[in-house]
Design a protein around this ligand. Structure first.
Ligand SMILES: N[C@@H](CCC(=O)N[C@@H](CS)C(=O)NCC(=O)O)C(=O)O
Length: 277
């Protein structure tokens, strides 16, 4: 069993957070706290809940685990063996979007409040959170994992499908912004932010993301303008910077996705046409 664990082909990754994320982990969140985040520094699902913790300044202890080694400490809490996993007063919780809402509910005194008070707006948050998980992320991975690279038509279809979802998402944004719901960020911004700040992978591995340059968007010019405004606000958010590691350490991980050889649950789900694990 332990031999099998050691041999996971994706397990050989940089062991810890780097850059600004290293400071976050080592300076501010290394000491014992009742709330523990079992995390992988590289994981966008982790980053969702990590962003909420950082935004709301909730005290937490960051515990780095390699989810491809699936240590017993993780398996005991989460039989799915996935990060993020939370331990709250000794009890386990998992699934990134559930964790985001839980943190909002469990720490009502911590501003900013990321779920709108109005029931209709709360429901809209959930519609577009579901859209990110059920459409944007699978499409991101179909595009990223697209092979063979000389099948230009297939690659272009994957690119256009992904861009279509980004446009659909953007069309729902508040007109002024810069955030999805308006001048202040809310949960919907943070459930998609980790993938938004990883869009460089398409320039690096797949010949470009394909979002038109300013003034080149034709009939979609307005929607791409709004997208750029949102993206810039997200990229400049302190919590986003504080949970991002150095690009060079993401490269070997994303190379395996781009070559379509990664064996993570997400990579396998993408290959077999299933959704997010
Ligand atoms: N639905 C889960 C997905 C989490 C997930 O796939 N995490 C990855 C790391 S980014 C993982 O733990 N992978 C381990 C594996 O694939 O075995 C969530 O939203 O929390």
């Amino acid at each position: 069993m332990s031999q099998q664990k050691q041999s996971h082909p994706d397990a050989n990754l940089h062991p810890e957070a780097t850059g600004l994320a290293k400071e976050t982990v080592e300076v501010a969140h290394a000491s014992e706290e009742p709330l523990k985040l079992y995390a992988g520094w590289f994981c966008p699902f982790v980053q969702r809940s990590w962003l909420v913790l950082e935004e709301k300044k909730i005290p937490y202890q960051y515990i780095e685990v390699n989810p491809y080694h699936k240590p017993d400490s993780l398996m005991r809490l989460n039989p799915r063996g996935l990060v993020p996993t939370l331990q709250y007063e000794g009890k386990p919780l998992y699934e990134s979007t559930v964790l985001c809402e839980f943190l909002e509910d469990a720490y009502p005194d911590h501003a900013p409040h990321l779920l709108p008070k109005d029931p209709y707006d709360r429901a809209r948050t959930r519609i577009w959170t579901d859209f990110v998980t059920s459409r944007v992320i699978p499409s991101f991975h179909r595009f990223l994992q697209w092979q063979p690279m000389d099948d230009n038509e297939g690659l272009e279809n994957a690119r256009q499908e992904f861009l279509g979802f980004l446009k659909e998402f953007t069309s729902e944004m508040d007109a002024g912004g810069p955030f999805f719901m308006g001048s202040e960020p809310s949960l919907i911004d943070f459930v998609i932010a980790p993938w938004a700040v990883r869009l460089w992978v398409f320039d690096h591995y797949k010949g470009g993301l394909g979002v038109p340059e300013e003034g080149q968007g034709g009939e979609d010019e307005e929607v791409w303008k709004r997208w750029r405004k949102w993206l810039s606000a997200i990229q400049n958010r302190e919590s986003v910077k504080a949970t991002t590691s150095e690009t060079e350490h993401y490269l070997p991980i994303y190379q395996r996705y781009a070559d379509n050889v990664a064996q993570s649950e997400l990579a396998k789900a993408t290959r077999s046409g299933r959704g997010v694990p």
